[in-house]
Design a protein around this ligand. Structure first.
Ligand SMILES: Cc1ncc(COP(=O)(O)O)c(C=O)c1O
Length: 367
């Protein structure tokens, strides 16, 4: 059968295109965007200065090997820069991993409320996403292991996960790795690692360093506040780094991102401030919203998942409409199989207090 027009490869049209968080509220003067887990502190002033510093070199191609940034990351984390690959956001790297390690008919496992880029990258590579059930909104190692078949090539875990904020203790990640067949690639997406304050958490650096089938991805979009520049990196075994370097775009990271990324990584005081702000307000939001009678999933990241009742006038959709009218933009998470919840990024003190006050009014509990 010959098609009458070009056809995308099987799987592409099964993709539900990713819908980013809203960023505007029509007719509202002041908008508080709490829908994309950006940092309320913004980037380091040193990163902004470095960005401006390259404005007169926009005609030059960037260094395609991203050497200076890989070296800065290597120094900061004690890693061999040769085992780091940078990308246009960690999305870029996740897609490259899928393209390099999945073929038609292969399977990649992710979890029920796992980050949506995983099934998108999997289908885009012609492979099949397989969903492993979660327990208490948390990835469940046994369910993932039960999902493994001879066709499984990748397991994706965001640790902590977006949009739930939950994390898998590292002993469990090690157990998952131990019990996976050695040809299965375990991708540990640690986009929120810098925010985590838990003794039993690790981002995965040691596991990557000591094994052949684990990769960790990181981003500059969250605590470093450089989401607009699209910058992420991965740390992996040399053979995986080699494969990704063969298929990535030769200039997949732009010059301003490289300059700003180096400066952001060096400003550790700014990162400490962002972490301290988050630790304080994450706990505050969890308590205050909980006191209103709404369940909040305990989060290790820079956002909270708020659950609403299935009662007319009180649903997540109703709450979203109520908050949006006040310029408070949260994230609907129906696409994550959480139609009765909203995800809220930890914002400025002002934004956090406004959301709690607005939720009080929404629930009819305002004094
Ligand atoms: C778990 C997780 N991984 C990866 C990303 C992608 O980040 P970026 O492509 O901006 O680096 C996000 C962004 O929301 C995320 O939540």
């Amino acid at each position: 059968m010959s098609a009458s027009r070009p056809q995308p490869r099987p799987g592409v049209l099964d993709i539900e295109a990713y819908v980013p968080g809203k960023s505007s509220a029509p007719g509202v003067a002041k908008v508080y965007k709490l829908s994309s887990n950006e940092t309320p502190l913004g980037p380091s002033p040193r990163a902004i200065e470095a960005y401006h510093g390259v404005a007169d070199r926009l005609h030059d191609y960037p260094d395609g090997t991203v050497r200076t940034l890989r070296e800065a990351i290597g120094r900061a984390f004690g890693l061999d820069p040769a085992r780091i690959v940078c990308g246009a956001g960690s999305d870029d790297l996740i897609n490259l991993l899928a393209r390099a390690y999945l073929a038609d008919g292969d399977e990649a496992i992710y979890t029920t409320h796992g980050f949506l880029i995983y099934p998108i990258a999997t289908l885009g590579a012609g492979a099949k996403p397989v969903v492993a059930a979660e327990r208490n909104y948390t990835a469940d190692v046994d369910a993932i292991l039960r999902g493994v078949t001879p066709n499984t090539k990748i397991v994706f875990i965001a640790n902590p996960n977006n949009p739930t904020g939950t994390y898998v203790p590292f002993d469990e990640v090690r157990r998952l790795h131990r019990e996976l067949p050695p040809h299965v690639l375990l991708v540990l997406d640690a986009a929120y690692a810098e925010y985590v304050q838990r003794n039993d958490y690790e981002s995965g650096i040691e596991l990557v360093a000591t094994t052949d089938n684990v990769v960790m991805t990181r981003t500059f979009s969250k605590i470093y506040g450089l989401a607009a520049l699209r910058l992420g990196w991965l740390y992996g075994p040399a053979h995986i780094v080699d494969a990704i370097n063969r298929i990535r775009g030769p200039f997949n990271v732009n010059g301003p991102a490289i300059a700003a990324g180096i400066a952001a990584m060096q400003d550790t005081a700014h990162v400490d401030r962002a972490r301290a702000h988050n630790t304080h307000w994450l706990a505050w939001l969890t308590d205050e919203i909980g006191k209103l009678g709404l369940a909040v999933t305990p989060s290790a990241a820079n956002f909270v998942l708020i659950h609403f009742p299935e009662v007319k006038g009180r649903t997540a959709r109703d709450a979203d409409a109520f908050l949006t009218k006040r310029g408070l933009i949260l994230r609907q998470v129906g696409a994550y199989k959480l139609p009765n919840a909203l995800r809220m990024s930890v914002g400025t003190e002002e934004a956090n207090r406004l959301v709690v006050q607005a939720l009080k009014e929404f629930l009819g509990k305002a004094a």
